[in-house]
Write a protein that binds this ligand. Structure first.
Ligand code: ADP
Ligand code: MG
Length: 266
């Protein structure tokens, strides 16, 4: 199992949208996908039509009250562990011993049941994001292409560096993904240059693929369909496909081609 997370402490930069797209494309290609929603806002859970009331949640997994296998809901070809509103209190509710490693440990118990785990994090650098980055093999940093969007990347970089030093030396940074991008505006060019500089500092890259601002993205989420089912021929779907192919090239290379077999085996 390969674990991926689009993460950032900024809200509204398309973390959830990007995680949804990655899982949808991988599942479409025949992979077994497990989503874990850690965000108390539960956007990923609701978009994937998961039950969130009276069910085991990712918080129960983190506190040790539920196993992932029992918390996972199987919907439309995905497995989803939903978040709970109480995820916001995770820091207080989790036992302090081994706190950062709780999700990693839990994921190990289902490692042979899924090809990919995709982790959706809240817009904060607290326990939930630390758990996600400690469990992840790959992190993607989405950045909304506006004037302030890159502000947060430096703080995230510090967190990633600390994660590599203390809890997960094998964390790979896939790169910075420019989202909600409009190549026609003059600010876009400046943002692109800033992102390149930041990527260099982080020892990573800006993905060649970028994601355009597009209403179909919002619409697909409103009707709770994947972007690729809702608008398969849209520009946004095309750009997201291109991004995921670019990401998976690196993922496959590091995994020694293991991930590639998944698609062809169905
Ligand atoms: N490329 C895009 N074009 C238009 N709207 C987008 C795009 N990407 C995301 N959005 C919208 O922006 C909002 C924030 O995106 P979301 O993925 O929820 O961000 P985050 O998880 O980082 O908070 C959502 O309403 C989403 O539908
Ligand atoms: Mg989100």
């Amino acid at each position: 199992m390969i674990t991926l997370a689009a993460a950032s402490q900024k809200g509204g930069v398309a973390k959830t949208t990007t995680n949804l797209a990655i899982g949808a494309k991988l599942a479409q290609d025949g992979a077994r996908v497990l989503y874990i929603d850690l965000d108390p806002q539960m956007n990923l859970s609701t978009t994937l039509k998961a039950q969130t009331a009276g069910v085991a949640s990712s918080l129960d997994v983190l506190t040790g009250d539920a196993a992932i296998a029992d918390a996972a809901q199987h919907i439309d070809g995905y497995a989803v562990v939903p978040a709970s509103r109480l995820n916001g209190k995770a820091d207080d509710l989790m036992p302090s011993v081994g706190k950062d490693y709780r999700l990693r440990k839990a994921l190990e118990t289902v490692a042979d049941q899924y090809d990919y785990a995709i982790l959706d994090t809240p817009p904060a650098l607290g326990t939930l994001t630390v758990n996600a980055l400690t469990a992840a093999d790959w992190v993607v940093i989405p950045a909304q292409a506006d004037a302030y969007s890159l502000d947060g990347v430096t703080d995230l970089a510090a967190t990633i560096q600390a994660i590599r030093e203390y809890t997960n030396p094998n964390l790979n940074i896939g790169g910075i993904l420019l989202t909600r991008y409009n190549p026609r505006t003059s600010i876009s060019k400046i943002i692109h240059e800033d992102a390149e500089a930041m990527a260099q500092e982080l020892g990573t890259k800006v993905f060649r693929a970028w994601i355009p601002e597009a209403t179909v993205v919002k619409e697909s989420q409103a009707v709770k369909q994947s972007l690729f089912d809702y608008a398969p021929t849209s520009k946004a779907a095309y750009h997201y496909r291109f991004f995921i192919e670019e990401l998976m090239e690196d993922v496959d290379a590091v995994a020694g081609g293991k991930a590639k077999e998944v698609g062809s085996n169905g």
